[in-house]
Ligand binder design. Structure first.
Ligand code: PMP
Length: 432
């Protein structure tokens, strides 16, 4: 098919709500390592990685070999019949899980992982009300839309599910107008006030992303999670860390983003980078919490042997090649380069991120912090024209999000920085 045919058929046969980037959608033909190619044969350096999902490079040969091996053995069984691939993955996850977290529930997406987490927390605690954070994203089902704290992703009749949103740890635009560290983490302490004023005082839990992804790579300040986890536990709830984006070494040095903050969550959810692009969801918790989930459940595709083989191969590769260390080194190099771009381009208001999860928030004016939404779109278009793919996020659509594969090298980072520099310059020239 030609590019035009594909775009026309997409409009004709798919739901329009399934949004795409760019005025002229990019039709990807094939991909390898850190690159993707469009139908015309143009190559792009992929610094989005299928939305924080390509952990070990596109079409990784070692992962592909394990997938093929498993397909030849058995492709599908359903959760009614355990397989070696299923338990091998669960055992591996338990080995790298923080602290006492041990038991896994596998599903097909981050949305499902969060659904399972909330249901489990409600069953374990006997409480119903759940806290979520403003600017958070939890998924596209009814429950997870209700947990989401971004109006753009909450459309279509979100019904109340006993969910209360607390202001988030968005230091660049502090909801309380304070500054870290003199704020003394007021946003974390205020969760207690939210519980006391907006719930019955008995909660099932609080769900928070370790780094808010769609919210614009918002990194909470040090000490935040410790305070939040303590408060929620004092009111009978569990602390659920959504690591759909931040797990699997992406934040550098550690397997899990939350490990940087010396807090052991009660439940971790993940998906995305876990199987390098093969659909998977994970809800991971302590045995006593997992076993409080009563009643029968089934997930036809959850724990599918091919998916499990892909996930195990991805995790093994991250471990063998010490890609968390590379995420730390290449990520620091990237962060420094972005800070240097901030010196040069007044459009950049904030640079933030950990490891290979880095974002820049774009503003029209550094004093007023007015979001530069159109310029963000323009920079993405220019970056595409210059051969680089980046993502977007933030309540105002003014944060460029970057999350390349964990095995990129510093030369790739330098290349991305050069293209960003050029594209920022072009966008500024167009706007002035
Ligand atoms: N949680 C977070 C933090 C996410 O970023 C996403 C996906 N963007 C989800 C949950 C939902 O995952 P999925 O799209 O796999 O359902």
């Amino acid at each position: 098919m030609t590019k035009d045919e594909i775009i026309r058929k997409k409009q004709e046969y798919l739901f329009n709500c399934v949004t795409t980037y760019f005025k002229d959608p990019l039709v990807i033909d094939h991909a390898k390592g850190q690159y993707v190619w469009d139908l015309d044969g143009k190559r792009f350096l992929d610094f989005l990685g299928g939305i924080v999902t390509i952990s070990v490079g596109h079409s990784n040969e070692k992962v592909a070999a394990k997938i093929k091996e498993q397909i030849d053995r058995v492709q599908h069984t359903s959760t009614l019949f355990p397989t070696e691939a299923l338990v091998a993955l669960a055992e591996k996850v338990a080995q790298i899980a923080p602290g006492k977290l041990k038991k896994s529930y596998f599903s097909n997406s981050g949305t499902e992982a969060n659904e399972v987490a909330i249901t489990t927390a409600r069953m374990y605690t006997g409480n119903y009300e759940v806290l979520a954070l403003r600017h958070g994203y939890s998924g596209h089902s009814q429950l997870t839309k209700a947990l989401t704290g971004l109006y753009t992703w909450r459309k279509a009749g979100v019904i109340p599910y006993g969910i209360v949103h607390a202001p988030g740890p968005y230091c660049y635009r502090c909801p309380y107008g304070l500054t870290y560290p003199s704020c003394e983490l007021h946003c974390a302490k205020d969760i207690e006030e939210v519980i006391k004023t907006s719930t019955s005082g008995q909660v099932a839990g609080l769900i928070a992303e370790t780094i808010q992804g769609l919210g614009g790579f918002i990194v909470p300040p040090p000490g935040y999670f410790k305070i939040v986890a303590n408060i929620v536990r004092n009111y009978g709830g569990l602390f659920i860390a959504d690591e759909v984006q931040a797990a699997w070494g992406r934040t550098g040095k550690k397997w899990w983003g939350i490990e940087h903050w010396e807090v052991e969550p009660d439940i971790i959810t993940s998906a995305k980078g876990m199987a390098n692009g093969v659909p998977i969801g994970l809800t991971l918790t302590r045995p006593e919490i997992a076993d409080a989930y009563k009643g029968l459940t089934i997930s036809t595709f959850g724990g599918n042997p091919v998916t499990c083989a892909a996930a195990k191969a991805t995790i093994d590769l991250i471990e063998e090649e010490r890609l968390m260390d590379n995420a730390e080194d290449a990520g620091n190099h990237f962060h420094q380069g972005l800070e240097a771009l901030k010196e040069k381009h007044s459009l950049i208001g904030d640079v933030r991120g950990m490891g290979l999860m880095q974002g820049i928030e774009l503003v029209k004016n550094r004093q007023t912090k007015e979001p530069a939404t159109e310029a963000t779109n323009l920079i993405m278009e220019r970056a595409r024209a210059n051969g680089l793919l980046v993502g977007k996020g933030g309540l105002y659509g003014n944060v460029i999000r970057m999350s390349p594969p964990l095995n990129i090298n510093k030369a790739d980072v330098d290349q991305a920085l050069a293209v960003l520099d050029k594209s920022l310059g072009e966008a500024t020239a167009t706007n002035s």
